[in-house]
Each structure stands twice: as C-alpha cells, then as structure tokens.
Design a protein around this ligand. Structure first.
Ligand code: SAH
Length: 352
C-alpha cells in the first residue's frame, strides 16, 4: 500500500488485468509515468536520472542564445512568450532566461507541467512563471518561443507486435503475479506502415500518438502566431522496428514492467515522423545531433570562457562539455529539432 491507503499501482494493474484482461502498453506507460512524476523530483545525482540542463548551465544558456538570435532576426517582437514543456526543476528555464535577458529578451514565461511536485519546484525557480494546463491553453495571438527537453520521450507509446496471425497491439498481461508482454486479440494490420508489412514474427514497432498530436498543435501555432521551437530528445532520425521502451531507476536500466510508477519509463522519439508532421504545416524543420548543434552554437567557446572565469572548476566544466557533445555520451543519441514559422527565419546551428 502507498500513501492514503491507496493500493500501489502494481496491485491496481494486477486487479485490472485479472478483471478486464491485458492492457495496452500505452496505458501501462501513461499511468506509470503520471504516478512517477507526480510524486517526486527524479532528476539529479540522488534521483533516477540526470538531464542535460542538470549537467551544466551551458545547455540552457545556449538554448536561450538560440532563441534570442532567432527572435532578433524576426524583428524582436515585444509580445513573444517563452514556453517550456515538462521543465523538470526549472534549471533550463533559469539558464535560458538569463542568457536571453543579456540580449534584451525578457519574455513572459509559460510552463506546461503535469506533476504537482515539479510545478512547485518550478514556481520556486521561476517565480514569475504562469502554469497553463496544456498546450491548448497557451496564448493565441502572440509569437511563441517553445522549448521541450526530454519531454516527448516520457509520453506513452503504442506498440504493435507481429504474430503468426498478423499484427496485434502489444499488451501487458500477467503470468502469475508478474507482468509480461502479450499480443492483443484484435487484428491491427491496417495500422502498420507498408514498409513493416513483411516483418518476421515477433517484430515490434511503436508510435507515439501523444507526441504526434503535440507537435502538430505546436506547428500550427507557430505557423499562425509566428515563433520558434526546439525539441531535444534521444531518438532516431529514421523509423526502425524494435521496442525502445526502457525504464531507469537510480541511474540503472531496469525491467520496464517490474515496478510501475517507481521507475521512469521512456521510449526513443521518432524524429522522422515528427519532422514530417511539422513540415506539413509549412514550417522550416531543421534537425542535428545534440553534439553537432551545441558545437555549432559555440559550446566550446562558452566552456573556455567559463573555465577562465572559474579556474577551480576547469575539470568539471570540461567533463560536462564532453558529456553533452561527445558521440559516446549524449552527443549522437540526442537530437535537436528546430521549428520556425509564421515569418520567423530559420534558426542557427543546424548547418547550411
Ligand atoms: N526538461 C527537464 C525535465 C525532463 S523529465 C530537464 O531536461 O531536466 C520530463 C518532464 O516532463 C518532467 O517535468 C515531467 O513531470 C514532465 N511530463 C512528463 N509527462 C508529462 C505530461 N504528459 N504532461 C506534462 N508534463 C509531463
């Protein structure tokens, strides 16, 4: 049992599955993550995982610089608003706002956050922030400068699995008391893209309907209202088959089904699909690896300048720089997708 006499999520899931049968992976992931984020601050050394803004202030500063640059080239509209999705502790927000202010950009701040615990942390870090419930509640007649770091990977994915009798939704069922993957009962062949039609039995493919809907919403707003967005996440540039569902707890990968609500469940982001969706709204879509983009935005020089002003932290700054850009660490797995539209010019750092 957890707080207030509620049965814990694993117990509730077992009860549900025994009554209704297996549940879709998307529901298992969605409910697990709602509980997971609602009840804790998972970031940092003492938590479950460390994100780029928690590694170094340079990350948020460069994002602020990118926004200030594109804002200036868009004619410096005074009513442009800063929006962040899933801001965690508000660290990126603080670093980006400080960098933007140095370039004369001091926007109103809108933070979209589902977790009450993290909302509190964000309100402490950024006292002037407003907290709309969702993207639909953002202001409608002003340009938006939107940032989402490691947000899309936490949205629930839907998985399909190829069986001897065709494609089925991948579900979570029970073997005794243990959660196991099983194939659903209904044929799903109609939902499978052509290129996956002939895959071997056992192949898993996944989609993230929530990410697709969100990027479409944001893209339409940027096209209508003007503005720029950066989506940064780990993921692939070309859709592939295979499950990428993973769980992380105390900095270690754990079985995704073992502790619902107690570990962070994520999946790789399908940037190919998201880029196509944004492109359909007529936006400029630019994609680079995190390492390429941070490099092009001048993180090397920023690291040198920081080291000069804080010589005692030289090694720490160099290590943080490596972690963010080196291909063996976050540099290649993480991708940056820049979107601009509604009269705003393409952003910097993505090459020609
Ligand atoms: N951007 C931060 C935090 C990443 S963790 C950083 O880089 O450090 C994921 C963040 O998204 C958390 O703040 C989490 O509470 C939030 N989140 C996850 N799913 C959400 C949802 N469906 N709606 C709103 N916020 C969500």
């Amino acid at each position: 049992m957890s707080g207030a006499g509620q049965p814990d999520l694993a117990t509730r899931f077992r009860r549900l599955i025994r009554i209704d049968g297996p549940m879709p992976v998307a529901r298992f992931m969605g409910e697990s993550n709602s509980l997971y984020y609602a009840s804790r601050d998972p970031m940092g050394a003492s938590g479950d995982f460390v994100t780029a803004p928690e590694i170094s202030q340079m990350f948020g500063e460069i994002i602020g610089l990118w926004l200030a640059d594109v804002w200036q080239r868009a004619g410096a509209p005074g009513d442009a608003a800063y929006v962040e999705l899933g801001p965690g502790r508000g660290t990126l927000t603080q670093d980006a706002l400080r960098a933007m202010a140095q370039h004369g950009l001091e926007p109103e701040v809108y933070l979209v956050e589902g977790s009450p615990a993290l909302r509190e942390a964000q309100a402490r870090a950024v006292p002037q922030a407003r907290f709309p419930d969702d993207v639909a509640s953002l202001p409608e007649h002003r340009p938006l400068m939107l940032v989402a770091n490691e947000f899309l990977d936490a949205l629930p994915i839907r998985q399909l699995v190829k069986t001897q009798s065709g494609w089925r939704e991948r579900m979570v069922g029970l073997d005794g008391d243990s959660f196991v993957f099983v194939a659903g009962a209904n044929p799903m062949d109609g939902a499978v893209p052509e290129r996956f039609a002939d895959c071997a039995d056992g192949t898993v493919i996944e989609t993230c309907p929530g990410a697709a809907a969100l990027v479409e919403d944001v893209a339409m707003r940027l096209a209508n209202q003007g503005g720029a967005a950066l989506f940064i996440d780990y993921g692939r540039l070309e859709a592939r088959s295979g499950s990428t569902l993973q769980a992380v707890r105390a900095h270690k990968k754990v079985d995704a089904l073992v502790m619902p609500g107690e570990a962070d469940l994520t999946a790789h982001v399908d940037f190919e699909m998201l880029a196509a969706i944004a492109g359909q709204s007529g936006l400029t879509v630019q994609i680079a690896t995190q390492g390429e983009w941070l490099g092009a935005m001048g993180i090397g020089l920023r690291a040198q300048a920081l080291s000069r002003s804080q010589p005692a932290r030289r090694n720490e700054i160099a290590a943080a720089h490596d972690r963010l850009v080196s291909p063996e660490e976050m540099g290649e797995l993480f991708k940056v997708m820049g979107l601009t539209g509604g009269g705003w010019p393409p952003g910097a750092g993505f090459g020609a």
